[in-house]
Design a protein around this ligand. Sequence first.
Ligand code: HSE
Length: 433
Amino acid sequence: MKPVNVGICGLGTVGGGTFNTLTQNAQNIARRAGRDIVIAQVATRHPNPNVDTGSVAVTADVNDVINNPTIDIVVELIGGYTIAKDVVLGAIAQGKHVVTANKALIAVHGDEIFAAAEAKGVSVMYEAAVAGGIPIIKALREGLAANRIQWLAGIINGTGNFILTEMRDKGRDFADVLAEAQALGYAEADPTFDVEGIDAAHKLTILSSIAYGIPLQFERCYTEGISRITPQDVEFAEELGYRIKHLGISRQTADGIDLRVHPTMIPVARPIAKVDGVLNAVMVNGDAVGDTLYVGAGAGAGPTASAVVADIVDLARSIDAPASARVSHLAFNQIEDVQVMAMEDVETSYYLRIQALDQAGVLASVASILSERGINIEAIIQKEPKANDEYAQIILLTHRIVERTMNEAILAIEGLVSTVGSVTRIRVEHLNG
Ligand code: HSE
């Protein structure tokens, strides 16, 4: 059978990994695809010292790849929204299939890109955009197709998980661990995307669209990062039998889709609580299958290349088939515009840490603010002031309550003369059905 020709745009961490995987595993990949997959051209402005491009044609201009008539599949591994978007739309306009690892591009411009691809009868594949090497897109789009997905929750930013793990296990400093994640090629070009939850929100947006068959709505995703998590909260969480993970959570509710990324306390006993370092994990609950869990490396050259190459193989297998034989871009042939809930309407449990003067009646005042609003306390710990500190710490776990009510309670607690500074709030999820 005629080989499939691939053009790779971008030869950084993921581009280099893809080049090397396609080259090193060429024979095995050809056996799977039923035909050879040939790297016909590479576009890069910066040579990658880990890649020997050998006799493959290298250009500095992505347009050479887009306009190369021998290329069947353009692999966009540049990242960002600008050149990458031009490459993807340009390749589609030339009738080429596209494989991308670009979660930001898909989450923000995916609806436009998929519409363009459908009009041209080509496919845009994006397995590598979410959770690196874990085939979670394939699982949701195909493996779980029988189910009504009820909720999903994932550790979907490797850098953030690496930082939280190192802070907890080794007491390391936030900035120091972030610098290591950057050196290892895990972090985004702009690492605030990792630590402020934007990268996770891109990925959650994509997962939710293919889980529920809804348009991509990144702008409606509530996003909170890990930069305000203190070693103290990590320690108190453990004392209460919980672990802090940065989760993307989405749920199908009667009031719409709950879509949020934030630090979350989860029971230590849940398997996902033990997923550490740069590993990612996604739990998916479907009405027929129940709970499922997918774990693996979420970033880095090899794991991300594994997902990119899987998409290339998928396309190579189906390239001669009509477009109608391929799985729809967002898994559903009919997309329904379901409302994403406002964060204030979401219901969850809470961990609160309150700094207070060490005097009689503080706890009673806090408890009365909560009880007046129907907030039920599950557990409470009071820590005496440490040496050289005049403030006590009150740590509370609450039962589920709507976020709007908790916002009001926190404002009232912060207004007490006996409390100091802001209340730390971490949402708690039990992930048990
Ligand atoms: N910066 C991302 C992460 C890379 O740390 O998970 C993979 O998308």
